[in-house]
Design a protein around this ligand. Structure first.
Ligand code: FMN
Length: 171
């Protein structure tokens, strides 16, 4: 099996973490993976907020119903229309941010990290909350969080391939 397929199958949602900080170098590698992602018209309308401060993590955990996991760090993927390098790219920002986020999830196991996607957009209450906690300006939208850290649980690699979902040539 190819190395990239192995990496894709190894990506699993990790929700239990060691109480150990994530070195900055590894966070930077996750960000490199994020910004290697594709974006419409190469618009790259994304900005990232890296959170390692325990007080901020505690706030996120206490307010996000599905984000209570004990990860020591998080990376917020945000959309900033003011920096989209191409005006026609703006309507694709959700896909652009999703691709960046997914790249981080795929990169994490190869760096010895676990990670999980915490959905924020389009849930209005979560968007408002994360904007407030992270001090984002009103025009910047938090799309999602990657919680990350050294994993304290193991999950087997897998695909969830189902032949019945595939239509060749015609639906
Ligand atoms: C848009 C999106 C939002 C998600 N939000 C959360 C979340 O808030 N909390 C969480 O623990 N997992 C969240 N997940 C992870 C899914 O629950 C997980 O991917 C799914 O159960 C499949 O498991 P796997 O990631 O191990 O393959 C989210 C995934 C996606 C794609």
């Amino acid at each position: 099996m190819s190395a990239i397929l192995e990496a894709i199958f190894r990506r699993r949602s990790i929700r239990k973490y060691e109480e150990k900080p994530v070195p900055k170098d590894l966070l930077l590698q996750l960000l490199q993976a994020a910004m290697a992602g594709p974006s419409a018209h190469n618009g790259r309308p994304w900005e990232f907020v890296v959170i390692t401060d325990e007080a901020t993590m505690a706030k996120l955990r206490s307010h996000l119903k599905y984000g209570k996991h004990n990860a020591p760090a998080a990376i917020a993927v945000c959309y900033n229309p003011a920096i989209a390098s191409s005006p026609s790219s703006k309507r694709w920002w959700v896909q652009d941010c999703a691709a960046a986020l997914e790249n981080m999830l795929i990169a994490a196991p190869g760096l010895g990290l676990g990670a999980v996607w915490i959905g924020i957009y389009p849930k209005a209450s979560s968007v408002k909350l994360v904007r407030r906690i992270l001090g984002l300006p009103p025009e910047v939208t938090p799309f999602g969080l990657v919680y990350t850290g050294f994993p304290a649980e193991e999950k087997p690699p897998r695909t969830q391939f189902e032949e019945s979902r595939v239509h060749w040539e015609h639906f």
